[in-house]
Structures are given as structure tokens and as C-alpha cells.
Design a protein around this ligand. Structure first.
Ligand SMILES: Cc1cc2nc3c(=O)[nH]c(=O)nc-3n(C[C@H](O)[C@H](O)[C@H](O)COP(=O)(O)OP(=O)(O)OC[C@H]3O[C@@H](n4cnc5c(N)ncnc54)[C@H](O)[C@@H]3O)c2cc1C
Length: 254
């Protein structure tokens, strides 16, 4: 697998600044998108992230990374946060923050896990849970820039209610015959579900992924076990490790 270099320091771009929450959108029962107006934002590439910093009244600070969900073409910057029950930061972002509030952030960060129209395709995107966020930025950019690159998203969620961006993904795929979205629901499935109902494995990838000879540009994002298992299976299937880029969000599996 291509290893992820440490993000290069980008002086001037990494200043902390305060964005204003323009809108809070409920995506699933545990996930919200925060749409932000960020004065002086210089733009970003699909796949990059921001750091968010919270400061308590006593001065205690904590920071976390969140992928940018919006396309570079969008007017405002959006992040999508999944609430981790015992988490320090995500419950505040998903439960307490409201339109009009300020949020301290810096970025954009990362130059490795990015896709731009000029890179072409085919694209193979594999997501687990909130790992779909940077991949959604790529799909939004692909749509907004009129890229005709064939793209497939294989998206693992626990249940249908927990599928982030479900309606938008359906709309995008319906409007575009070169985009295919394949879901797997690992814990519960709606009645009559005929799709995948297990964790992503080699057999699933053999069925869904473009063949190695098509040399897809592959982006995998989600919990560490999903990312590692998927990347290893793709290499096992003959995909060039140099074309497989990964981003790990958290320590646990889904
Ligand atoms: C580059 C990058 C981009 C990211 N983008 C996003 C994003 O777009 N949306 C998003 O929701 N998160 C994203 N994350 C994860 C995010 O940074 C936080 O780790 C997450 O929100 C949990 O923070 P917390 O303070 O609530 O939990 P913490 O207080 O840090 O952790 C509480 C408990 O939850 C566990 N935990 C921590 N993170 C996760 C996780 N991701 N999944 C499951 N268990 C976890 C910890 O081991 C601990 O037991 C990204 C991470 C990275 C490195």
C-alpha cells in the first residue's frame, strides 16, 4: 500500500480561525453535518480535512480532525460528524453546536488522500461509516466539475438508518450512469433487502471493484480494521498497491 507521508507544513494556511455555523443538517440519528461560513477560506481539494479545536472556560483545549464533506465548488465548507458516545469532542459538535455559533478550525490539511477532476478515473471508493465523508467530497466534486470518470462507491454501514448521505447518494447515482453506489448493511437489513449484508471481504471486492487491468484510483476510508482488510484484499486481487490510498478515522470496527 502507498504509505501516507506526514502532511507537509503549510505555513500561513494552518492558522486557527473561527468559522460560523450556518446550518446544522441531521444526516442520520447519530450524524450531523455542520455547514460553516469561514471568512477568508482559500479553498480546498476533495479529500482534505480540517482540525477543529475546542477550548473550555478554564483554558483546556482539545482538537480533532474532520474531513471536509463539501466540494471545492460549494459556497460553504461542510464537515460531517458522527457522535461517539463517550467521546470528548464529537458529542459537543453533534448535540450542542447550533447555527450562529463559532467553531475554531484550521486547514485545509493533507495532500495525499485527494482527488481532483484532472486525475481522471476509474474511481473506486470504499467507505465504512463516517469514512464516507472525504469520499463524498470527491463525488460532489466529480458531479460539480462535470467529470465523466466512471466511479464506484462501496459503502459499509451498520443499518439502513445509519447510511450517511443516503438520499443524496441515490440521487447522484440515478442521475449518472457512470456512478454506481453499492451498499452493505452489516448489522441489520430492512425487509426484502437483497444487497450485501456482511463486512467487506475479498469476494465482495471481486464482484464490485473494477478489474486491476483498469487501474482504478482507489480511496479507502473508515475504521482501521475495515481500511486494512480492504486494502489487503485488493492487493491480493492483483491491484497495484501504489493505486490504493487509505485514510484511517478511528481505532474501532463497526
Ligand atoms: C484525518 C481524519 C479525518 C477524520 N474525519 C472524520 C469525519 O469526517 N467525521 C467523523 O465523525 N470523524 C472523523 N475523524 C475522527 C475524529 O477525528 C475523532 O476521532 C472522532 O470524532 C472521535 O472524537 P471524540 O473526541 O468524540 O472521541 P475520543 O474522546 O477521542 O474517543 C472516545 C472513545 O471512542 C474511541 N474512538 C475514537 N475515535 C473513534 C472513531 N472514529 N470511531 C470509533 N471509535 C472511536 C476511542 O478509542 C475512545 O474509546 C477523522 C479522523 C482523522 C484522523
Amino acid at each position: 500500500m502507498a504509505t501516507q507521508p506526514r502532511p507537509a507544513a503549510q505555513p500561513g494556511r494552518l492558522l486557527w480561525r473561527v468559522g460560523e455555523v450556518f446550518e446544522v443538517v441531521e444526516e442520520t440519528p447519530t450524524t450531523k453535518s455542520l455547514v460553516l461560513s469561514v471568512p477568508g477560506w482559500e479553498g480546498h481539494k476533495a479529500g482534505q480535512h480540517v482540525d477543529v479545536r475546542l477550548t473550555a472556560e478554564d483554558g483546556y483545549q482539545v482538537q480533532r480532525s474532520y474531513s471536509i464533506a463539501s466540494a471545492p465548488e460549494d459556497e460553504r465548507l461542510a464537515i460531517t460528524v458522527d457522535r461517539i458516545e463517550d467521546g470528548e469532542v464529537s458529542p459537543y459538535l453533534t448535540e450542542d453546536l447550533m447555527a450562529g455559533d463559532g467553531l475554531e478550525l484550521r486547514g485545509p490539511i493533507g495532500g495525499y488522500f485527494v482527488w481532483e477532476r484532472g486525475l481522471g478515473g476509474p474511481l473506486l471508493l470504499v467507505a465504512g461509516g463516517s469514512g464516507v465523508v472525504p469520499l463524498m467530497a470527491m463525488l460532489r466534486h466529480r458531479a460539480a466539475s462535470g467529470s465523466g470518470a466512471p466511479a464506484k462507491l462501496l459503502f459499509s454501514s451498520r443499518s439502513q438508518e445509519e447510511v450517511i448521505y443516503r438520499d443524496e447518494l441515490e440521487r447522484l447515482a440515478e442521475a449518472d450512469e457512470k456512478l454506481e453506489v453499492v451498499h452493505t448493511l452489516t448489522r441489520s437489513q430492512p425487509e426484502g433487502w437483497e444487497g450485501y449484508a456482511r463486512r467487506i471481504d475479498e469476494e465482495m471486492l471481486r464482484e464490485v471493484a473494477p478489474s486491476p487491468s483498469e487501474e482504478p484510483l482507489t480511496f479507502i476510508c473508515g475504521p482501521t480494521p475495515l481500511v486494512e482488510a480492504t486494502a489487503a484484499a485488493l492487493v491480493e486481487l492483483g491491484h497495484d498497491p501504489a493505486g490504493v490510498k487509505t485514510e484511517r478515522f478511528g481505532p474501532t470496527g463497526g
